[in-house]
Design a protein around this ligand. Structure first.
Ligand code: T46
Length: 141
């Protein structure tokens, strides 16, 4: 079975002045980047996400601090600690995502291949399972 957690290793260009990572469309980021957003100033014990997207690919990288990312395709559930700016995780379409255990200083950057679209969200887990074709839809007679 294909692994859900696909990590992208972002190499560090470091010298005596410090470190730098570069994110480039179609090079180390496997799509055209249309949107970048950051999650920060998170509150202790507060989790985020709890939805899937119908048509969105994203790469999440924790620039500062850490958080635990849970991915679920309806059949398997895997998790990874995002705890370094050199570690990206790919979040594909029709993947349920949850983010937990943010450290107070966490800055989570997300690169997306689509503009923001509230219609693209699936916020109900049962509907997500139906969309991911893992639960047969009950037909009305
Ligand atoms: C995801 C995980 C990893 C915008 O106006 N534009 C945007 O580009 C985004 C991402 C959000 N928003 C607004 C919509 C809400 O009013 O910001 C508010 C918080 O968004 P949301 O509740 O979707 O945030 P999270 O942290 O639950 O989820 C976010 C992304 O939305 C989601 O696509 O995959 O981070």
């Amino acid at each position: 079975m294909k692994k859900l957690i696909e990590l992208i290793d972002l190499p560090v260009f470091g010298d005596e002045r410090g470190s730098l990572i570069a994110l480039e469309s179609h090079k180390n980021i496997p799509f055209e980047i249309k949107r970048t957003y950051c999650i920060f100033d998170t509150k202790e014990g507060v989790s985020r996400g709890f939805h899937a997207h119908k048509n969105l690919n994203q790469i999440a990288v924790c620039l500062i601090g850490k958080c635990r990312m849970v991915l679920d395709d309806g059949m398997q559930r895997e998790e990874v600690w995002l705890d370094a700016p050199t570690k990206g995780v790919h979040i594909g379409k029709l993947i349920w995502r949850e983010m937990h255990d943010f450290t107070e200083d966490c800055v989570l950057m997300v690169l997306a291949d689509q503009h923001y679209d509230p219609e693209d969200y699936i916020k109900d887990y049962t509907e997500f399972l139906e969309c991911a074709n893992h639960v047969p839809t009950i037909e009305n007679n």
